[in-house]
Design a protein. Structure first.
Length: 626
């Protein structure tokens, strides 16, 4: 089992059985096998449904191996729903077709507040809850505030693949994809390998229960899978949805078994031998009690206001969720009311998918340029035809490094999928190869820095190419100055990139020490710099003279020396002069300093121009208590 920070949880009231007494190992093999199966299933339930694992993974694995051994020794004890039977059976030639007994429908989409208000109004009217339509200019109609506003179950719209699971007498007998809604594919052998999906339901299960839900992949599992694929030289996936789809489409279930798929239940198909619950929300609680994972991010609300506040709250937390969602789904909660509202063509009138702005879009690569970072790292950046993605217009996306461009096979002129999630820098995730124009050009890494013309070098074991210009390079100088001035370093408020660009481009400032020679007049002469801002900036530079040794060390921007290492160095050496004369051996004695960091510091201090800057800073009056 893979550890994760958040998973499915059932309501606190769901019954968690008390751990059975440990069955003596000398019980009969059949009793022991039964006990092991129960124990493994109970722990899967605690893990996947209640999100409350009680035993460490290693202990689970030991019980699992014991059951495997027992079943190998006594094949007659093997049952088809034994937890050991998830490893994946023999490969199939093709998937059989499955005709859904009840069609798998799709949802109508809404994109803005008005769509939601209209949806609520249509539901209310369809249920005879409002006498007349509210005035068109009043988004939040009286129906909302009224006693009789419609009750909805709100849930997430998972970005995975719809799945129908058929349980007969509590045993999983068939799993089918949605297909065209009428007919899907039989992927039972693959779905049996998904640990989050119980092979056997808990408690008293109905004679027939078709559970509808979404197969998906947690983002952390996706990242691990992609890292593993890349390491093995196999193709990586564009996003968790594609990874989930590709994994389910495998004809060899043993491959699917190695893919970390998950599942959330959200609906019901055929049901025999039990009554349908009166409320959708109650049905979801019931699923959890049967051992099916149900997402806890759900809520029962009333009226359009309730729907919109759920949408806003989830929207704010979207990027923190451990899986991708592309919206939220609203469903009229009372099943009788759902039936009353019915369907229009292929979608229910009682439900709405309220979409979030897409986090992935396609656009074209107009050019690939390189940027130079503080440490000289050369980052290729795709210049894109403007595209609205993740809520903003994006024109640049990082391509990370040359290997990455090669791996993703990005050419200038290509149509690409760009992803922007949260505050993360937009990135090119994949090329749409079918749309590559005949005149697409491959990217060639420049051999000289585009800013200073110095040679670009790439060390054998490093993915990153670097400009060798050091502080001769204006790009590196600018980044070094911004790093020096940042809040956690010398804390010079007002020294942003616009000012730094001008100071460096006009040759006014070359090194951090030059900052302390600036006067108000020089600054005020810069573009878009008011007298007041110039005065404030000079004051901030003035104040920064008084600092601490650890801030000063961090501000120098030595590669691999972050805030924590700077603190360790300051504490260890006490005085700057002690650090300046320390060789690699002495540096290695510092807490948490390994060979890479020690060498980086020694290299930095071995460059006379760096030591000069340090001396100039001290001469300019930068000081700290020693
Ligand atoms: S209910 C009758 N609930 O969205 C409605 N669907 O456009 C049946 N989906 O194919 C679907 N999260 O793959 C429902 N909480 C959720 C969902 C959800 C994702 C997907 C599902 C379906 C598509 C409908």
């Amino acid at each position: 089992m893979t550890a994760r920070t958040q998973g499915a949880q059932a309501p606190a009231s769901a019954p968690a059985r008390v751990s059975p007494e440990k069955l003596p190992a000398d019980a009969s093999p059949s009793a022991r096998a039964q006990w092991l199966r129960d124990e493994l299933e109970r722990n899967s339930y605690l893990y996947y449904v209640l999100d409350a694992p009680t035993i460490p993974d290693a202990e689970y694995d030991a019980l699992f191996r014991e059951l495997q051994a027992l079943e190998a020794e006594h094949p007659e004890l093997l049952t088809t729903d034994s937890p050991t039977q998830r490893v994946g059976g023999a490969p199939l030639a093709a998937f059989d077709s499955v005709r859904h007994r009840l069609p798998m429908l799709s949802l109508n989409n809404g994109f803005d507040d008005e769509d939601v208000v209209n949806f609520d109004r249509r539901c209310a009217q369809g249920l005879g809850r409002t006498a007349s339509a509210a005035p068109a200019d009043d988004l939040f109609s009286a129906a909302d505030a009224a006693e009789n506003s419609v009750e909805y179950a709100c849930e997430l719209k998972f970005d995975g693949l719809a799945m129908s699971l058929r349980y007969e007498d509590g045993r999983l007998v068939q799993a089918a994809t949605r297909g065209d809604g009428e007919t899907g594919e039989d992927v039972t052998a693959n779905v049996r390998t998904i640990k989050a999906i119980p092979l056997k339901l808990r408690g008293k299960a109905p004679a027939v229960l078709e559970v509808r839900g979404e197969v998906f992949m947690y983002r952390a599992d996706f990242d691990r899978l992609n890292a593993r694929q890349a390491e093995a030289g196999e193709k990586t996936f564009v996003n968790p949805r594609n990874a989930a789809a590709g994994s389910l489409r495998q004809l060899d279930p043993r491959i699917t078994a190695k893919r970390p798929l998950s599942f959330f239940a959200y609906g019901i198909g055929e049901l025999q031998g039990a009554d349908r619950p009166a409320m959708h929300s109650v049905m979801l609680d019931g699923f959890a009690e049967l051992g099916l994972p149900v997402c806890t991010e759900r809520r029962v609300v009333k009226g359009a206001q309730g729907l919109l506040s759920f949408y806003r709250e989830i929207g704010e937390r979207r990027d923190q969720l451990p899986y991708d969602i592309d919206g939220v789904v609203y469903k009229v909660n009372a099943i009788a009311e759902q039936e009353q509202l019915g369907f229009v063509s292929r979608a229910p009138r009682f439900a709405l998918a309220h979409k979030f702005p897409a986090q992935e879009m396609t656009t074209t690569v107009e050019d690939i340029e390189v940027q130079v970072g503080r440490t000289g790292a050369i980052t290729p950046v795709a210049r894109l035809a403007p595209v609205f993605v993740g809520g903003v217009t994006v024109t640049n996306a990082t391509l990370h490094n040359e290997d990455e461009i090669r791996r993703k096979d990005v050419h200038i002129g290509d149509t690409v999928i760009v992803r922007r999630a949260g505050d993360v820098i937009p990135e090119v995730v994949a090329v749409v190869l079918e749309r590559r124009p005949a005149d697409a050009r491959a990217f060639v890494m420049p051999t000289a820095c585009p800013v200073c013309g110095s040679h670009i070098e790439k060390l054998e074991d490093e993915a990153i190419a670097r400009c060798t210009g050091g502080l001769i390079c204006a790009a590196q100088r600018k980044q070094a100055l911004l790093h020096f001035a940042q809040r956690r370093a010398m804390d010079i408020e007002g020294l942003g990139d616009k000012v730094v660009d001008q100071l460096v481009d006009q040759g006014i400032v070359r090194t951090p020490a030059d900052l302390y020679k600036l006067g108000v007049a020089k600054l005020a002469a810069l573009d878009r710099m008011a007298d007041k801002s110039a005065t404030n900036l000079i004051a901030a530079i003035e104040t920064s003279r008084e600092t601490t040794l650890n801030r000063f060390i961090f501000a120098l921007g030595i590669r691999h020396v972050g805030e924590a290492t700077a603190k360790d160095l300051a504490r260890h050496f006490g005085k700057l002069d002690n650090l300046l004369v320390a060789g690699e051996a002495a540096l290695l004695e510092v807490n948490d300093v390994g060979p890479v960091v020690a060498q980086s510091i020694a290299n930095f201090l071995g460059e006379s121009h760096n030591v000069e800057v340090i001396e100039q800073l001290r001469a300019a009056g930068v000081h700290w208590p020693e």
